[in-house]
Design a protein around this ligand. Structure first.
Ligand code: MTE
Length: 308
């Protein structure tokens, strides 16, 4: 029998086959444990399984080529198809990420030290841009909660503020006065420590490309894409809600929360449906982008029409 030449194996299929193997092996192990063992053991196994959310209920991951050639990154361009080219020479190393503000243990990490310090996870998440395009991305990185816990937030820390690099020599549109740079985003502390929130350093097991937010970006899959701030240099624990880049630019269109919600339209278009990159037909938008079970409790009692 002829061997498949390695050149015909795409990185995507290699990656997905490896994941399938790990999941099958973990499930085989989990079966008898869950049936027979005490809560402690099955709990540990549950959390191991949680680290690999099921690919089948999010659908097929979007091809790497599409994820890396269709981007929003206003520091480089207002277009989507030219970001990868314009960001080609961006230098993601050396890099420093400062964790500061209302914490007992402020710290500055290099990317290598972050990857060694925090247990790495792979998560295949839906991603939904406020402009209605969507995709499914296999991210790698680590839970944001782990980094926040390590910094020991003080009791008056209520929000987390994220800041992108400010370097007009490398990010040409930061020279324009069109908006107030750097890009800033924010989360409530309980959102930031939700199990879904992660800091991503890779896609399909490869380091993030500059256009995708190298070397480190936020991933909050129940929120619109604009909350997923790229190329982060500073994470600051604060008392007041940060005013984010898009809220400052257009407050009636982009609120603090940015939660995916099919029932709250953007003032200029409907949010009822979405289109995944590469697909022909539109899909129904899911409440909280399909992560209602994990996050709906964060917003109990909030009027989601006012707090959009
Ligand atoms: N982060 C920074 N620093 N600058 C940006 O322009 N765009 C946001 C978000 N993070 C943006 C950013 C928007 S609007 C979207 S939809 C996503 O990044 C797009 O991520 P992607 O290009 O990796 O798909």
């Amino acid at each position: 029998m002829e061997k498949t030449p390695s050149s015909s194996i795409t990185p995507e299929s290699l990656y997905l086959n490896r994941r399938k193997f790990i999941k099958t092996a973990t499930a085989a192990l989990a079966g008898p444990l869950v049936l027979t063992a005490c809560d402690k053991v099955s709990g540990a196994m549950d959390s191991a399984l949680n680290k690999m959310p099921d690919t089948k209920d999010v659908g097929e991951p979007t091809p790497y080529e599409s994820i890396t050639k269709h981007n929003n990154f206003y520091e480089f361009s207002t277009g989507k198809d030219d970001v990868w080219k314009l960001a080609e020479n961006f230098r993601p190393a050396p890099w420093k990420l400062e964790v500061t503000g209302l914490v007992n243990k402020p710290v500055t990490y290099g990317i290598g030290s972050l990857m060694r310090k925090f247990a790495q996870v792979e998560r295949v998440y839906r991603f939904r841009c406020v402009e209605t395009w969507a995709m499914v991305v296999p991210w790698s990185g680590f839970p944001l909660a782990d980094l926040i816990k390590q910094a020991e937030p003080k009791p008056n820390a209520k929000y987390v503020k994220f800041k992108t690099l400010f370097d007009p020599a490398q990010m040409p549109r930061q020279k324009s006065f069109w908006s107030q740079w750097p890009y800033v985003e924010g989360l409530r502390l309980d959102e930031a420590t939700n199990e879904l929130a992660m800091l991503a350093t890779g896609i399909y097991g490869k380091p993030l490309k500059p256009q995708c937010g190298a070397p480190i970006r936020l991933v909050v899959p129940w929120k619109y894409g604009f909350k997923n701030i790229k190329s982060i240099v500073k994470i600051e624990l604060v008392e007041e809600a940060p005013v984010s880049f898009w809220t400052k630019a257009s407050p009636h269109e982009y609120g603090f929360y940015g939660n995916v919600n099919p029932e709250v339209d953007h003032p200029r278009w409907s949010q009822a449906t979405e289109k995944r990159l590469g697909e022909t037909f539109r899909r129904r938008t899911l409440m909280f982008n399909g992560y209602e079970k994990q996050v709906a409790h964060l917003y109990e009692g909030l009027d989601l029409r006012k707090n959009f």
